[in-house]
Design a protein around this ligand. Structure first.
Ligand code: BES
Ligand code: ZN
Length: 652
């Protein structure tokens, strides 16, 4: 956004426009000086003028009203001003009531709401008139039915079915839809909040939280480490807490607490492993909040309180790498933050690398390698998709997302190509040196943002030059696809699964008992033994690999055979279910469509929904059924999931 140069002209225009009511926030055509569309800041997804004037601290007063599904709020900004006469905030679908300046004595000030961007992605700039001496800007506002960050859930859509629930999702650019602020990851602010909620509910935020509900329904929060705006988060529901270690625990609805505490019992070990690797955990407390089904992500790294999808509770700890991932963000992302959404790989690539290191400490290299290989396979599919898509340049690490949704950059490129860039670098340099580099990287850049360009400089100075090493970082970052020197990982246990798939493909009934004669030590005669393959012979990741390596489509009776012995349809592991369901759809295994329907109605995590909806939308016959399922299921999805599914099903 190139807004900055024209700000001073704003006052004149503002005065002219104030004559006709200034805050037309109701539709997409607001009072609209055309001057608003220019800015020279680094972030393509924020209107804010943070290089001139920025919020240092935010005080929130929030009244969470479930009856109207509205937050009535005051956002009190403490600003640092380098001499601007206007401060620009981002807003999206917010109702602005009034804006004042001052702390004890508030005085109303003029403001103006600019035009929407062409695709209504960014929302609108909110321009507020300030004096050089202004320190406090107070925005009185309400959220609306169109507020995209907030999911309001009636009691029926929660686990306990007895109390309503609400939560926010800020990343990437949705915080502006529930708080008027400068919504760029390039700025950091401390915040405090006073939140009023119905007495029977508890509020938690991305800050230090109380452990118990109080009787007044009033909660206070203080985040005194500066965070980027996308990490401000709130959830309100019928919550209970259980400690899992000295500085960690889990919040869930009471009905879920035992299961969750059990699933996440290794959290203290993960924190310990992470600290051993890259230095002390900087945020005090580390808790998890298990959300209702509609939560669109596996996890979201809100500081002090990671938000987690209930799908992570598989019952056998087979999906807890998600927790390692979100924990790792406490360093990569939350301490050192991508400067813009075009540098997203600096958040996610580092985090996938770090997550895998934590998993290696806890479960060993063999398992860690399997986890990475699963992701590498996904990367290869993603690259193929990108190459054949509208934006083949999206397989570069550094992206250009001007005029596009930052979500478009949320692909396996950032996550997995990013992680393999670091893996390859580690392999060339040696783990010891690489770990020293990474630890220092997090320490030296803590509570700051990082652009790709600055990272390249940092890497050269602090790693490559001092060890006199040449590395093709430029190719990794600025070229498409996977460079030739990419580290290849192999897994003997996955290779065995491939053998098993081969046997299955040649029509062998792999689960049927076989008679084997085995040698017994010290005896001449071999012993007769009946051997039978069992589901429990392999871990979830091995079975996932097995399903993946099956042919694109399979005779239905063979699928039934697998289901009978390995129970894929009933398995409470959503990774496996998703892989299995897409295969079932391709193969016309109609008998399990009711189970697919149940899954679509109960799971809100976008990663699982999209492949299933995509597969279902390939034939006209399925598409009709799918649309009717979606019509019933979507009440249980967050806005971000609905937005993506609407695109797949070409709705609107
Ligand atoms: N920060 C992301 C989620 C996110 C990214 C939300 C971009 C909105 C915009 C989170 O850390 C994440 O990566 N979640 C993954 C988990 C995984 C890779 C283990 C997910 O939800 O699938
Ligand atoms: Zn992540």
């Amino acid at each position: 956004m190139r807004i900055r140069q024209v700000i001073s002209a704003f006052v004149v225009i503002l005065l002219a426009l104030l004559i006709c009511a200034c805050a037309d926030n109701s539709g997409k055509k607001a009072t609209s000086p055309t001057v608003l569309m220019a800015d020279s800041s680094y972030d393509n997804h924020s209107y804010s003028n943070i290089s001139e004037v920025r919020t240092k601290h935010l005080d929130l007063e929030l009244d969470v009203n479930f009856k109207n599904q509205t937050i009535y709020g005051v956002a009190r900004h403490t600003i640092e001003n380098l001499g601007a006469d206007t401060v620009i905030f981002d807003i999206k679908n917010l109702e602005i009531q009034k804006i004042t300046t001052g702390l004890d004595e508030e005085k109303e000030t003029n403001f103006l709401i600019g035009e929407w961007d062409k695709d209504s992605l960014l929302g609108q700039p909110l321009l507020v008139k300030i004096e050089p001496t202004t320190k406090y800007v107070n925005i009185y506002y309400e959220t609306t039915q169109k507020t995209e960050a907030i999911d309001w859930l009636p009691a029926e859509l929660t686990d306990g079915k007895s109390h309503p629930y609400m939560y926010t999702q800020g990343q990437a650019i949705l915080t502006r839809s529930w708080i008027p602020l400068q919504d760029s990851p390039a700025n950091r602010l401390t915040y405090s909040a006073e939140v009023k909620v119905p007495k029977e509910l508890m509020a938690v935020m991305s800050a230090k939280n109380e452990k118990q509900k109080n009787t007044e329904g009033k909660y206070k929060f203080k985040m005194d480490k500066p965070v980027p705006s996308y990490l401000i988060a709130l959830a309100v529901g019928n919550l209970e807490y259980k400690a899992l270690g000295k500085n960690c625990g889990v919040y869930t609805e009471p009905t879920n607490l035992k299961k969750a505490a059990n699933e996440f019992s290794e959290l203290p070990k993960m924190i310990n492993a992470a600290e051993q690797l890259y230095g002390p955990y900087q945020w005090g407390q580390y808790d998890l909040l298990v959300l209702p089904n509609s939560f669109p992500f596996g996890g979201m790294e809100n500081p002090c309180l990671t938000f987690v999808s209930p799908t992570v509770i598989a019952g056998d700890k087979s999906l807890t790498s998600v927790i390692a991932h979100e924990l790792a963000h406490s360093w990569s992302g939350n301490l050192v933050t991508n400067a813009s959404w075009e540098d997203f790989w600096l958040n996610e690539g580092f985090t996938v690398y770090f997550e895998n290191r934590i998993m290696e400490v806890l479960y060993g290299k063999e398992i860690a390698d399997m986890l990475l290989l699963i992701e590498f396979e996904e990367l290869q599919d993603e690259i193929e998709k990108i190459e054949n898509g509208e934006h083949p340049e999206d397989s570069k690490l550094k992206l250009n997302l001007a005029g596009r949704n930052p979500d478009d950059g949320m692909t396996d490129i950032a996550y997995v190509k990013g992680a393999f860039f670091l893996k390859t670098l580690e392999n060339q340099i040696g783990r010891v040196k690489f770990d020293i580099f990474l630890k220092a990287y997090f320490t030296n850049n803590a509570f700051r943002n990082m652009s790709t360009e600055r990272f390249v400089d940092y890497l050269n100075v602090h790693l490559l030059d001092i060890h006199n090493i040449t590395f093709n970082s430029h190719e990794w970052i600025y070229s498409k696809g996977i460079p030739k020197n990419c580290l290849m990982i192999s897994s003997p246990r996955f290779q065995s699964m491939e053998q098993l798939v081969k046997r299955f493909n040649s029509d062998e009934d792999i689960f049927d008992p076989v008679v084997k004669y085995v040698k017994v030590k010290g005896k001449k005669r071999k012993k007769k033994e009946i051997q039978q393959l069992k589901k429990s012979d392999f871990i979830a990741q091995e079975w996932l690999e097995f399903v993946r390596k099956l042919p694109d489509s399979i005779a239905v009776d063979r699928l039934k055979y697998l289901d009978k012995h390995a129970g894929f349809t009933k398995w409470n592991n959503a990774e496996i279910k998703t892989e299995w369901f897409t295969l079932a759809i391709r193969s016309g295994y109609k008998e399990i469509f009711p189970q697919i329907e149940t899954f679509l109605k109960n799971v809100g995590r976008r990663k699982y929904l999209l492949p299933i909806y995509e597969e279902l939308s390939r034939t006209q016959e399925n598409l009709k059924w799918t649309k009717s399922v979606y019509a019933k299921a979507k009440i249980n999805y967050h806005f971000v999931s609905k937005q993506s599914i609407d695109e797949i099903l070409k709705i609107n």
